[in-house]
Design a protein around this ligand. Structure first.
Ligand SMILES: Cc1ncc(COP(=O)(O)O)c(C=O)c1O
Length: 382
């Protein structure tokens, strides 16, 4: 079976360096917020082109810490995309604010910037774009809107570390950038981990205070914070991998190019990812769009692929406005026509830097057979 991701291949490549780092941390007696975290924060800030990088316990916590640092709270609204992982909106809700969902662009699957302004109200405090699958959102437009309406911008960069918009890395555009080091991410730890970026000294100071129970000085608590710290083992592993991140991303791009080239001949049945010229895509996911709005056909295609030995995933079958947990918000699906199509069409293929050429070719062959099996006549109902 060709997996959607496989983590042990990367471990094997760095095994000796990682083993040494793990032993060194164990022997050092520093386990949380120690020298590896300090060094990693410096190295990550340099890589991302920001003044401050602040480690924390997960991407989800990074988003929540961002809300708290910006004092987003009850009665506030935050504009975001419904076509993302639940963690994005969860942070807004945990801060007692309200997520306001805006439909996405049919080409990039990111926030449709032309639809944002209509959703801005006097309660709006921030715009929270997600750089979905590794493709940056339209940051010029988002920044222009935030300036015009005096809103904060929080970037959810969990899937896009290293991606660039007009030559600048994501996480350096907004007031705060939030990253995840969940093991399957482009830069993956061996457990949970996260990072916040900002070039604002005051915000950086608040984030450092909030991640340790709201205290600058131990046992003196200025406000309610979190226990959300990056530990030394994760930081030591991330320090080994960070210098290779551009190479990992280039390899993902190479795999993506192969998929796109080899799948071009099925363009009547599926659409491959579209990359606007002003940005780079780091392909956390390579997501196809089947040219059908019938999810039973998409699901049958996924099952056929599985029978041919290829794993795939659906990111995301249920947009956030349609999740049970948000039924109280009463957002009608009819407000989100693009999401309502995408949820039935998307399918993500195996994607990780260690995927071999043989596996790519086998995946393409499996796609060909599965398309034939699913859309028997070659004709597709759109
Ligand atoms: C878009 C997005 N935001 C936030 C997160 C949360 O990150 P974490 O799993 O590190 O909490 C994830 C990852 O799972 C994600 O994909």
């Amino acid at each position: 079976m060709i997996p959607i991701f496989e983590l042990t291949r990367q471990y094997t490549r760095f095994e000796s360096e990682i083993s040494k780092a793990l032993t060194d941390v164990a022997a050092s007696g520093y386990y949380i917020l120690g020298p590896n975290v300090t060094a990693f924060e410096k190295e990550a800030a340099q890589y991302l082109g920001v003044k401050h990088a602040i480690g924390c316990a997960s991407g989800t916590d990074a988003l929540l810490l961002a809300m708290k640092a910006l004092k987003i709270s009850a009665g506030d609204e935050v504009i975001t995309t419904p076509f993302t992982y639940i963690a994005t909106s969860e942070a807004i809700v945990q801060a007692n604010a309200t997520p306001v969902f805006v439909d996405v662009d049919p080409d990039t699957f990111n926030l449709d910037v032309s639809a944002i302004e209509a959703r801005i109200t006097p309660k709006t405090k921030a715009i929270l774009p997600v750089h979905l699958y590794g493709l940056p959102a339209n940051m010029d437009e988002i920044r222009a809107l935030s300036k015009k309406h005096n809103l904060f911008v929080i970037e959810d960069c969990a899937q896009a570390i290293g991606a660039e918009y007009k030559g600048q890395k994501v996480g350096s555009f907004g007031d705060i950038g939030c990253f995840s080091f969940f093991p399957t991410k482009n830069l993956g730890a061996f457990g949970d981990g996260g990072l916040l970026t900002t070039s604002d000294d005051t915000l950086a100071d608040r984030l450092r205070m909030l991640r340790v129970h709201g205290s600058h000085t131990r046992y003196y608590h200025e406000e309610s914070g979190l226990n959300s710290r990056l530990d030394e083992i994760q930081a030591a592993i991330l320090r080994i991998k960070l210098p290779h991140l551009d190479e990992f991303n280039k390899t993902r791009q190479h795999i993506a190019r192969q998929y796109t080239e080899k799948l071009a001949r099925f363009s009547d049945l599926l659409t491959t990812p579209i990359i606007p010229e002003d940005r780079t895509h780091v392909f956390h996911q390579y997501t196809l769009r089947l040219n059908t709005t019938d999810s039973t056909q998409r699901n049958a295609f996924q099952e056929a692929l599985r029978e041919e030995g290829v794993m795939s995933m659906l990111y995301y079958p249920i947009p956030l406005y349609d999740q049970k947990t948000y039924q109280n918000l009463n957002y009608p699906a009819s407000d989100y026509p693009v999401c309502e199509q995408l949820r039935h069409q998307v399918l993500s293929l195996p994607m990780f830097p260690e995927l071999s050429d043989t596996e790519i070719n086998m995946t393409v062959q499996a796609i060909e057979k599965s398309l034939a099996a699913t859309f028997k006549t070659g004709a597709v109902s759109v």
